[in-house]
Design a protein. Structure first.
Length: 409
């Protein structure tokens, strides 16, 4: 019979005997758990030397000695010599120290589970007897995919303090939501959602999860930001887990900072799951690289609400790629100011509507024609506007653009 136990090895000395492929695989797991890992091997791998050179682990280049087990909380015997592993396991047993024997699981007193971590939960699968550990890893992977999909109800059942999690859901395609975001949704008692973003995922929520729609459109802000902040604080103070489900990234024109401040002022635990900002993802999905070696080596991201501010005009006049969010209505003024500042009116412009969704549409123009083209084609928010050489139609098909610029740029 094998009993599954979670060990807290943070800051504790763990001895790994054998710094080859197997030993380093085990060592990396232990380092991720915060253990103080000591590697002992007379002929360590290059990987082990590199890890030690960064100060991530301690490396002792000699054969293992019994004294190496002094003060060790946990031992892994992972050399290529079964006799050495058995000797280390015997030393550990005499000291009542848990030990994994990588060459003969029956000779050790512990086994490392095939595990995956999901927020504050860790799944572990352990093979018993002579069972194939690769089967345990396959089961672990299947369970991890199921949990990470957001289809498992991960809400806390015990009475606890409320908390808020800001989740960036990306530009709209549910497939672009980070796994941590899906897992956060699965823990939610309340979801406070934007109008844009991966909102189809809300259909997966259990029916008793409260969904509060605070979405905005360019001319319609039915729920002011102060009221959104108050909703987050109110629900969290009731002991609930609140997920603020936001389009794009919470900290890129998402007012995430304001919401975090509101929570912290109220003494509420708050965390952030970054999302894929539409400023970069939408152009990428439309075939527009916002940087390109030898063509554009910097990117300026701005809100259309500020119009053609000095920083935006400076970026345009120095050859940077300019990405504008929420800029459809201000585009005529921005382009006119750019031409007035000396920007080439033939500089390419791409307007990407409904990026990442089935309704995506890309409209091409130039700085000199963008206002008229946008009006004629009926470009509507949400849309990302990209201005720069990289926005030219067929840019990626140009062999000259693919080879310019020094390698170290």
């Amino acid at each position: 019979m094998t009993t599954l136990v979670g060990l807290d090895l943070t800051g504790r000395r763990v001895l790994v005997v054998g710094a080859g492929v197997v030993g380093m695989r085990r060592a990396r797991r232990l380092l991720e758990d915060g253990a103080h890992v000591v590697l002992v091997d007379p002929y360590p791998s290059d990987d082990a030397r590199r890890v030690a050179s960064h100060g991530d682990a301690e490396l002792v280049e000699r054969p293992v000695e019994e004294g190496d087990l002094d003060d060790a909380w946990f031992v892994v015997a992972a050399t290529a010599d079964p006799a050495v592993n058995a000797r280390v396991a015997a030393w550990a047993a005499s000291r009542r120290t848990w030990c994994v024997n990588a060459s003969d699981r029956r000779e050790g007193t512990a086994r490392m589970a095939a595990s995956s971590t999901h927020g504050d939960l860790t799944l572990g699968v352990v093979s018993v007897g002579d069972a194939d550990p690769r089967r345990a890893a396959a089961v672990r992977d299947a369970l991890a995919v199921h949990v990470a999909s957001g289809e498992v109800d991960l809400r806390r059942r015990r009475v606890r303090r409320g908390r808020v999690v800001l989740v960036g859901s990306g530009p709209g395609d549910p497939g672009l939501v980070p796994l941590a975001g899906l897992e956060a949704l699965a823990t939610a008692d309340v979801v406070v959602t934007d109008r844009l973003g991966a909102t189809p995922l809300l259909d997966r929520l259990p029916p008793d999860v409260e969904v509060v729609n605070v979405g905005k459109s360019p001319t319609n802000h039915p729920v002011p930001q102060a009221e959104i902040n108050a909703i987050l604080v109110d629900r969290a103070l009731k002991g609930l887990t609140v997920v603020r489900f936001k389009g794009g990234d919470p900290y890129v024109f998402g007012r995430g900072g304001e919401e975090v401040h509101a929570c912290r002022r109220a003494g509420i635990e708050v965390s952030v799951v970054p999302g894929i900002t539409s400023a970069f993802s939408v152009p990428a999905l439309a075939g527009i690289p916002v940087t390109q070696r030898g063509v554009s080596t910097s990117v300026h991201v701005s809100s259309g609400h500020v119009g053609a501010d000095r920083a935006t005009l400076a970026a345009l006049t120095t050859g940077a790629t300019v990405v504008l969010l929420m800029a459809v209505s201000a585009l005529p003024d921005i382009c006119a100011a750019a031409v007035g500042a000396g920007v080439d009116p033939d500089l390419p412009v791409a307007m990407v509507e409904q990026g990442s969704t089935l309704r995506e549409r890309v409209t091409r123009a130039t700085v000199g024609t963008a206002a008229g083209v946008a009006a004629r084609e009926g470009v509507r928010p949400p849309a990302i506007v990209v201005i720069g050489a990289v926005a030219a139609e067929g840019f990626l098909d140009d062999p000259v653009c693919a080879t310019t610029g020094p390698d170290d740029e």
